[in-house]
Design a protein around this ligand. Structure first.
Ligand SMILES: [Zn+2]
Ligand SMILES: [Zn+2]
Length: 315
């Protein structure tokens, strides 16, 4: 059988002897993950630690669909709950109370459990489908898995672009979700908690998860259609950062060291908490510019400023 026909892992260029040396395709004596990793360390010492683990995972699995599917599912679950955990702990420590944006409204244990059950159900039912079909789509689009990874500069620029595009999509789609039937039948679920907490970031109707989720996954797909040049690792980093942003913006805490204190255009928890509190305004996810320029900022201060501006205009 020709070598190219036996290759299932696409982390090294096709037909490379490396793939043949490292591939875990001896069904009688399959290699353990550590053995594959040791081989990669020996044969590809120039790769970074992250690249070695990445390549070993695909080589060990020897089935890219399963490797990408499991990786994405674990990445999503781990990063989401890992980022929620500090907020859960902070909620139970009195010292942090002074930084709570709505100090009188602490989520009860019962509320948090209800939220956790719903989020887990949604993860397994709704989000598991796109996660498991992701690899075949990546292959069609030409999203690469090869090592070495692209440069940090390239990845940072792409992630910056995805943040901008997602925020724009989120602003308009979220604004639409606040209209009549869209709110009543879809978005109302997410607004169950007027004082949000980390875990509530993905507490939403399945249709909301799918449509707002397009902002996260859809733009990288469109980007790859045009450029034919996107790495799966960049996508993993982007999804992780976007998850962190979503959880943090629902945390309910605004610290003197929060990112929005250093980057004034960063939305942060203060921005989104006001949205949950007042139901109107602050529709964007990561940045403040759309709400600022389109005059949809939430809260009594923004309302007063708006009224004063209108008064001045009419004089
Ligand atoms: Zn809303
Ligand atoms: Zn929210």
């Amino acid at each position: 059988m020709a070598l190219s026909e036996t290759i299932n892992a696409a982390v090294f260029p096709t037909n490379s002897t490396l793939t043949n040396l490292l591939l875990n395709n001896d069904k009688q004596n399959p290699l353990s993950f550590t053995q594959v990793l040791n081989n990669v360390y020996q044969i590809q010492p120039q790769l970074s630690t992250m690249e070695k683990y990445w390549a070993s995972w695909y080589m060990y699995m020897n089935n890219d669909i399963l490797a990408t599917g499991i990786m994405f599912f674990v990445l999503h679950e781990f990063m989401y709950f890992f980022r929620c955990l500090p907020w859960f702990i902070i909620d139970n420590l009195k010292w942090f109370g002074k930084y709570k944006i709505q100090p009188t409204k602490k989520p009860s244990y019962k509320e948090q459990m209800h939220c956790l059950k719903s989020v887990l159900l949604s993860h397994f039912l709704v989000e598991a489908i796109p996660i498991w079909t992701f690899h075949p789509m990546c292959e069609k689009l030409g999203i690469t898995m090869e090592v070495p990874f692209p440069s940090w500069k390239k990845m940072a620029m792409e992630i910056g672009l995805f943040f901008f595009l997602e925020d724009t999509w989120h602003y308009w789609a979220h604004r639409l979700f606040h209209f009549g039937v869209f709110y009543k039948y879809i978005h109302k679920q997410h607004h169950r908690y007027a004082a949000p907490f980390g875990l509530a970031a993905e507490y939403a109707h399945p249709l909301e998860t799918l449509s707002l989720g397009f902002g996260t996954v859809g733009f990288p797909i469109i980007y790859c259609l045009f450029t034919k040049n996107l790495h799966l690792f960049t996508l993993c980093l982007w999804i992780t950062l976007r998850l962190f942003q979503a959880v943090d913006s629902h945390s309910g805490y605004d610290f003197p060291w929060s990112l929005n204190k250093f980057l004034p255009f960063w939305a942060g928890a203060e921005h989104h908490d006001l949205h949950h509190h007042y139901f109107i305004g602050n529709y964007a996810s990561s940045f403040r510019w759309w709400d600022y320029y389109l005059d949809t900022e939430a809260g009594p201060e923004a309302k007063m400023e708006r009224e004063e501006r209108m008064k001045r205009k009419s004089e």
